[in-house]
Design a protein around this ligand. Structure first.
Ligand SMILES: [Zn+2]
Ligand SMILES: [Zn+2]
Length: 336
C-alpha cells in the first residue's frame, strides 16, 4: 500500500498520465483516476484541467465527467459554476446511475439534503422502476446513498429503502450505519463524549461515502491457465503466489468474497497476460519476478478500464471462463 500523502497522490497521478500516453485508447479512465489523485493531493485546479481536457474531446461518459468536475469545483469556491453543471446534468436525465449519485453526493456534502434526496428519488424512478434485487451495481449504490440521505432527513422507509437494507452485505446493518442518532442510544450524558462520538460517526460516514464516490473497481488478477503456465515457466519465483491454477481460481473467488463481506463496493476481476505484465514491469523499471508488482499491475489494468464486475449474475457465465454459469461454478456456496 502506498502512503496516503499529497506527494504520493501527485506521484500516482503522474504515473497514470504516463500510462495514458502509452495507451491512448484507455485515456479516459486513466485521466479520471489521475484527476481523483490530484483531488486527493489538494490540487483541485489540476484536476479540473484533466476534466476539461476530456470534455474538450468526445468522451464516452460526458455526464459522469461533468458530475466529477462539479463536485471538484464546489470544493474550491466555484459554487455557482458547480450548481449550473448539476442543473444541466439533472435536465439531461442520465440513463446510468453514477452521474446521478455523484450529483446527489455533491449536494449532500454541502448540506443540501432535500435537493440530494429529490435528485436520487428522480433517478430511482427512472433506473429502478420496480425495486428488484438484480439491479446493476451503480443502481444499487445509488439506492444505498438514497437510504443514507433519507435516514438523515428522518424519512419513513419506502420500498427502495427496504431494498437497500436487503442488498447491504456488511456485518453492520445499513440502518445502524446510516443512523445519525445511533450515538444517543449509547446513553452518554457527557457532552464532550457525545461530540467525540458525532465526529467519529461523521468521519465513518465520510469514509464510506468516499469509497462509493469513485467508479474504479478494486480488482484482483486472473491469469488464464496458458498465461499462468507461461508466467511460471518464465518467472518461477512467482510460484509462491500461484501454486496451481485451481488454487489461483479458488483464491480469486475467496478474496473477492472477503472484500465484499467487509463492505468494499465495486469489485472486479482483471485478466492478466504475460506480455502486458512484462510491459508493465518495464514501464516501472523493475523485473517481472518481483511479486510486489502484481497488485500494482492489477490496479493499473483496472485504471485502464479493464475490470469485469464481480460477482456476475447467478445465471451468467462464470468469470473463470469455464462453460458453466457462475451459480454452478465459482459462485456455488461450497466452492473449494
Ligand atoms: Zn433501512
Ligand atoms: Zn468458475
Amino acid at each position: 500500500m502506498r502512503p496516503d500523502t499529497p506527494a504520493a497522490h501527485t506521484t500516482e497521478a503522474e504515473r497514470l498520465l504516463r500510462t495514458a500516453a502509452q495507451y491512448p485508447g484507455d485515456r479516459e479512465p486513466l485521466y479520471l483516476q489521475a484527476a481523483a489523485h490530484r483531488e486527493l493531493a489538494g490540487d483541485r485546479p489540476g484536476a479540473t484541467a484533466l476534466y476539461d481536457a476530456l470534455l474538450s474531446g468526445e468522451p464516452a461518459n460526458p455526464l459522469l465527467i461533468r458530475a466529477l468536475k462539479a463536485a471538484n469545483l464546489w470544493e474550491y469556491g466555484h459554487e455557482a459554476e458547480a450548481r449550473a453543471i448539476i442543473d444541466g446534468i439533472r435536465r439531461e436525465k442520465p440513463t446510468d446511475a453514477t452521474p446521478w449519485e455523484f450529483t446527489a453526493e455533491t449536494l449532500e456534502a454541502h448540506d443540501e439534503l432535500e435537493e440530494a434526496e429529490s435528485t436520487l428519488t428522480e433517478a430511482a424512478g427512472l433506473l429502478a422502476k420496480a425495486p428488484a434485487t438484480d439491479l446493476p451495481h451503480p443502481t444499487r449504490s445509488l439506492i444505498t446513498t438514497r437510504h443514507r440521505i433519507r435516514r438523515m432527513l428522518a424519512l419513513e422507509h419506502d420500498d427502495w429503502d427496504t431494498l437497500a437494507d436487503r442488498l447491504h452485505p456488511a456485518a453492520v446493518p445499513l440502518d445502524e450505519l446510516h443512523d445519525p442518532k445511533r450515538l444517543w442510544s449509547l446513553g452518554s450524558s457527557d457532552p464532550a463524549e457525545l461530540q467525540a462520538e458525532i465526529t467519529r460517526l461523521r468521519s465513518e460516514l465520510g469514509t464510506y461515502r468516499t469509497a462509493l464516490s469513485r467508479p474504479f473497481p478494486v480488482a484482483v488478477l486472473h491469469w488464464p491457465e496458458p498465461e499462468l503456465d507461461e508466467l511460471l515457466t518464465a518467472y518461477p519465483e512467482l510460484e509462491a503466489e500461484y501454486p496451481t491454477y485451481r488454487a489461483h481460481l479458488t483464491d480469486i473467488e475467496a478474496s473477492l468474497r472477503e472484500l465484499a463481506q467487509a463492505g468494499t463496493p465495486n469489485l472486479g476481476i482483471v485478466r492478466a497476460t504475460v506480455p502486458s505484465y512484462e510491459a508493465f514491469a518495464a514501464s516501472e523499471s523493475t523485473h517481472p519476478s518481483n511479486a510486489d508488482l502484481l497488485p500494482q499491475y492489477a490496479t493499473t489494468l483496472a485504471a485502464r478500464g479493464r475490470a469485469a464486475a464481480w460477482p456476475p449474475a447467478q445465471d451468467a457465465a462464470c468469470w473463470c471462463g469455464r462453460e458453466a454459469t457462475y451459480e454452478e461454478c465459482h459462485g456455488s456456496a461450497d466452492q473449494d
